[in-house]
Every structure is written in C-alpha cells, then in structure tokens.
Design a protein around this ligand. Structure first.
Ligand SMILES: NC(=O)c1ccc[n+]([C@@H]2O[C@H](COP(=O)([O-])OP(=O)(O)OC[C@H]3O[C@@H](n4cnc5c(N)ncnc54)[C@H](OP(=O)(O)O)[C@@H]3O)[C@@H](O)[C@H]2O)c1
Length: 178
C-alpha cells in the first residue's frame, strides 16, 4: 500500500447537514460565515487531488465557472459524466474507496480531499479517511443531506483542534484513530 493521506473539509449545519434535501447550500454560502476565511484556502493549498461524488460535482458545475483550477478532480460515479468543465482536470472513477486511493497513490498523489455526503460516508466505512475538519454553522435546517451515516462500527477520533469564528462558526479538526 502506498502512503496517501485523506482529509474531509466541510461546512455543516449544527444539526449535521451538508445540504438541504434538494442539494441547496444557500444557508452555507450566504450570511456571516460565508465572508470569513475559515482556512479553506490553506487547506486546498495542502492537498494535491480532490475526490468528490457525482452529486457534489453537479452542484459545483451548477455554480458556473470552475473553482478547482488545475487541481486533478476525480468524480466518483457509476455512470459516464455528461458535462466537463472548461479548463478543469476531471476524471471519473468508481469502486471501493481503498482501491481508488491505491490508484491515486500510484499516480503520485499524497494528500486527497474527499468531499460529498455519500462519498465521505463510504470512505469512512472503508476506513479510508485520516482527518476530518468540520465547520459547524450556528443554524438548524431541520432536514437535509447528512454528513455522517451508517459506519458499521464505532470510529474513534482524536480531537486535534477547536477554533471559533466571529460568525459563530465552530471548526473542529479530528484525526481518525487506528
Ligand atoms: N456543506 C459542504 O461543505 C458540502 C460539501 C460537499 C457537498 N455538499 C453538498 O452535498 C450534496 C451532495 O452530497 P451527496 O450525499 O448527495 O453525495 P455525493 O457523495 O456528492 O454523490 C453521491 C454519488 O457519488 C457516486 N459515488 C460515491 N461513491 C462512489 C464510489 N465509491 N464509486 C462509484 N460512485 C460513487 C454515486 O453516483 P452515481 O449514482 O452516479 O453512481 C453516488 O450517488 C450536494 O448538494 C453538495 O452541494 C456540501
């Protein structure tokens, strides 16, 4: 097995959702916390590839433009991708999280950003996540797409840091204990 690190970095409502049922993240992209630098740019600078689920990919495409620049983005899906962004490096992959990571490591990637609800949950179940950075916004949205789900076992985490921001966002970073 090659060495490759995987991190999750996402914004959630206090009640644990990453998007509304219909995929909207308006509650995340508007309001006080949207104006803050909560470490996203530093985080993105530290990773060398992104693995996202098809639903997250389609949400990002829907914003117009392509904000991942030249960073290789691997979109997980069982189906071909219909749309590709101009100027983006996008490739579809599918399969078991560990097999995907093995492939990315063989391509020279060392630190991968894993994003999307279903995607993160599958990677966690497969013991394929090392770090979790969750920025919790002071809002309850009641219902939506959850960040966490079925794990199949208890997953113990070590708290690495806690940061609070003027908007009321609380960012916690955890390392998965092995
Ligand atoms: N708040 C935040 O920070 C944040 C972060 C990320 C995303 N989001 C939001 O969350 C929503 C998307 O989350 P989501 O839970 O719906 O899912 P997602 O993980 O983005 O996408 C799920 C889809 O990815 C594909 N997939 C996942 N793992 C796979 C694997 N190992 N092999 C093959 N295909 C795989 C499947 O697509 P197919 O059905 O095509 O096979 C699956 O239906 C969007 O609205 C997005 O905006 C929010």
């Amino acid at each position: 097995m090659h060495m490759i690190k995987t991190s999750v970095f996402c914004g959630v409502s206090l009640d644990g959702f990453i998007a509304r049922e219909n995929g909207d993240i308006d509650w995340l992209t508007s309001g006080e916390s949207a104006k803050e630098d909560y470490g996203y740019n530093d985080f993105i600078a530290a990773v060398d590839a992104l693995v996202i689920g098809r639903n997250t990919y389609e949400t990002v495409l829907g914003f117009g433009g392509w904000f991942y620049g030249e960073m290789p983005v691997y979109v997980l899906s069982s189906r071909e991708l219909e749309k590709l962004p101009e100027g983006g490096k996008v490739e579809r992959m599918s399969g078991e999280p560990k097999a995907i990571l093995e492939e990315l490591a063989s391509r020279g990637h060392t630190h991968v950003y894993v994003d999307g609800g279903v995607t993160v949950q599958r990677f966690l179940r497969d013991d394929a996540i090392d770090r979790i950075i969750v920025s919790r916004l002071p809002i309850l949205i009641g219902t939506g797409i959850p960040l966490f789900g079925e794990t199949g076992r208890d997953i113990r985490l070590k708290l690495v840091s806690v940061k609070e921001f003027p908007s009321g966002m609380v960012q916690t970073e955890y390392a998965v204990k092995r």
